[in-house]
Write a protein that binds this ligand. Structure first.
Ligand SMILES: [Zn+2]
Ligand SMILES: [Zn+2]
Length: 344
């Protein structure tokens, strides 16, 4: 079949964009953040930058999707939006604006704390302080995220994020609020204690939300050597795999340094799976999803051990690693909260 000159141009444009979009949108997002921070209304302008990047990603997802079947509506959009607003929104902006939580915390809480060790290298250039802060915060985020996969009392909250059957920009904020709070504490507390200044918190917050938007996007992208440093969509798609050996990897939120050091980095020339999700059942509706991990029956449903206990306990879908190990060895002990053999 003959291809027209127009088809050829579109093909080459998509190929060029697949290389340019990740660094381009990342760079524009950070540039916008810098301009917002220099303005009179940094929170407002940063949220506008955030929404603009999200909108641009949503448009490119339609035009050059990584997985066309992920474009279909899964009925979870209102819940995803609600979780995003609850988790990320600050009290006064939650209803209208997303993703301001880390910056709001830095603005309100940080100056009031008096427990800083005061050893932060404030004489370094700001960019170097931000890089240092990202490396330190990432260790806390890594521990929090890995614990959420390997320790069943936390997996019951994190499972909500992994229950999605498709990845796209709006899944970025689909986290249970307790899951998010735990990550925020472990990620930010070391920076508070070391005495990092407000500007550093603001930049760590900005980098984290821009990276998160891109990490879950459904755009066909080429990220090459960036996959060795940053938490790119190519890496994070493996993290959503149903296969335990692929899903319990790539915990990094912004950078993958700690995955590299602790041996949980995973990448493959194979195409990541498009059939993603968990075996357990997640409640429908925002309030139901919030309350589900807090009840014994809800936890059993999340773990996939409600009625067909034997079958679902042997599933290969991502479950807390400790739980999975416990399931595989003979035991007489049973965890009353999950219905499964007790995790180590
Ligand atoms: Zn995860
Ligand atoms: Zn994710």
């Amino acid at each position: 079949m003959k291809t027209s000159a127009g088809d050829n141009r579109r093909h080459w444009l998509r190929a060029a964009l697949s290389w340019m979009l990740w660094p381009g949108l990342y760079g524009l997002g950070l540039l916008g953040a810098g301009m917002a921070f220099a303005s009179q209304a940094p929170l407002l302008w940063f949220n506008l930058v955030y929404l603009s990047v999200a909108l641009a990603i949503a448009v490119f997802e339609r035009w050059m999707p990584h997985e066309p079947r992920w474009l279909a509506d899964d009925g979870e959009t209102p819940c995803n939006l609600a979780h995003t607003l609850l988790t990320k929104g600050s009290a006064q902006l939650a209803a209208a604006l997303a993703a301001s939580f880390p910056i709001a915390v830095a603005t309100v809480a940080q100056p009031s704390l008096r427990i800083s060790l005061g050893i932060w290298p404030t004489h370094w250039p700001l960019w170097a302080q931000v890089v240092l802060a990202l490396v330190i915060a990432e260790l806390g985020l890594y521990v929090a995220h890995r614990s959420a996969h390997e320790w069943s009392p936390l997996w019951r909250f994190h499972a909500l994020h992994h229950s999605v059957r498709r990845l796209w920009v709006l899944n970025t904020g689909r986290f249970h609020v307790i899951d998010s709070a735990f990550k925020a504490v472990l990620g930010q507390l070391p920076l508070y204690l070391l005495g990092a200044p407000l500007a550093v918190f603001a930049w760590v917050g900005a980098v984290t939300v821009i990276t998160g938007l891109l990490t879950h996007c459904n755009i066909e992208l080429r990220t090459g050597w960036l996959d060795r440093i940053f938490s790119t969509p190519a890496l994070h798609r493996w993290h959503h795999s149903k296969v335990l050996d692929e899903g319990n990897r790539n915990y990094g939120e912004n950078i993958v340094l700690w995955d590299q050091l602790f041996g949980t980095y995973f990448h493959s020339p194979r195409r990541p799976p498009s059939d993603i999700g968990i075996d357990g059942h997640i409640a429908s509706g925002f309030v139901g999803q919030l309350l589900q991990p807090l009840t014994a029956e809800g936890v059993r449903q999340i773990m996939g051990v409600s009625l067909a206990h034997r079958h679902e306990c042997s599933s290969s879908a991502p479950q807390p690693m400790a739980l999975q190990e416990a399931l595989e060895r003979p035991t007489t002990s049973t965890d009353v909260s999950t219905g499964c053999p007790r995790a180590r």
